[in-house]
Design a protein around this ligand. Structure first.
Ligand code: SAH
Length: 216
C-alpha cells in the first residue's frame, strides 16, 4: 500500500473525529493528541477515504478490520502509556494502533499472524520511515526474545487468557486484552508479582477473533 497524502481536508475531518471522541468520554489528552496526529486514511484502502474519520471499524482485507477509533482510544488510555515504554501489540492489522502508540512516545513491537497483512503493513511502516518493530507470527506466543514488556495490548478477541503473554509482561506492567467469545469484555491486567495479577473490567466490545498461527 502506498502512503497517501494528508490534505487539509483530511486534517479537518480528523480534528472533528477527535472532538467526537472527546464527547464520547475520552479525556486522555496524550491519546487524543496522538489520534489527532496519525492520518488514519493512510492505513486504509483509498476507497474508504471519505469514511476514514468516522467512528467505525473498516475492512482491511483478509477478513480483518481496523478497530473503530473509540476502541483504539479506549485501549490506548487503559494502557497508561509512558515515554519509551516497551509495548507489545498483538494484531498489527492495518498498523494504525501501532502508530498511535508510537506517536505517544512508546517503543512498539507488533505481531501479526496473517502474512498478507504483515507484508502490506511492514511496507507501509517503511514508507513512514517508522521505528515500529513489526513481526510475522503467533501472538499467543508473543515475542519472548524481546521480553519483558512494560505494556501488552491485544487487539483481537481472546477466548482464553494467553499465559505465555503474561510471562512476557514486566512485574508492575499492564496488559489490556479483550477476553471472551463471541463477545469480549475489555480486561485490564496488572502483573503484581511473578505469579499474581489484579484484573478489572472495562466494558463490552466485539473484536475479530484471536487465532493460532496459520500458514501462508
Ligand atoms: N490493531 C489493528 C487491529 C486489527 S484487527 C489495527 O489497528 O488495524 C486484529 C488483528 O489481529 C487482525 O489483523 C488479525 O489477523 C490479528 N490476529 C488474530 N489472531 C492473531 C494472533 N494469534 N497473533 C497475531 N495476530 C493475530
Amino acid at each position: 500500500m502506498m502512503k497517501q497524502q494528508d490534505t487539509f481536508r483530511h486534517q479537518g475531518m480528523r480534528q472533528r473525529m477527535v472532538d467526537e471522541l472527546r464527547k464520547k468520554g475520552i479525556d486522555n489528552s496524550a491519546v487524543l493528541d496522538a489520534i489527532g496526529a496519525v492520518p488514519r486514511h493512510c492505513f486504509l484502502d483509498s476507497v474508504f477515504d471519505a469514511r476514514a474519520y468516522q467512528d467505525i471499524a473498516i475492512p482491511i482485507g483478509d477478513g480483518q478490520t481496523i478497530s473503530r477509533p473509540l476502541t483504539v482510544a479506549s485501549q490506548s488510555a487503559l494502557l497508561e502509556v509512558f515515554p519509551d515504554a516497551r509495548i507489545l501489540e498483538v494484531g498489527t492489522g492495518s498498523g494504525y494502533q501501532s502508530m498511535v502508540l508510537d506517536k505517544m512516545g512508546a517503543e512498539v513491537y507488533t505481531i501479526e499472524r496473517q502474512r498478507n497483512l504483515y507484508v502490506k503493513t511492514k511496507a507501509l511502516f517503511d514508507s513512514f520511515k517508522s521505528r515500529i518493530h513489526c513481526y510475522y507470527g503467533d501472538g499467543y506466543k508473543g515475542l519472548p526474545q524481546f521480553a519483558p514488556f512494560d505494556r501488552i495490548l491485544v487487539t483481537c478477541g481472546a477466548a482464553d487468557f494467553p499465559k505465555e503473554l503474561f510471562s512476557q509482561l514486566a512485574i508492575g506492567g499492564i496488559m489490556v486484552i479483550p477476553l471472551g467469545f463471541p463477545k469480549q469484555v475489555m480486561t485490564k491486567v496488572v502483573r503484581t508479582s511473578e505469579t499474581d495479577m489484579e484484573t478489572s473490567e472495562h466494558g463490552d466490545f466485539t473484536f475479530v477473533p484471536m487465532l493460532s498461527k496459520k500458514s501462508g
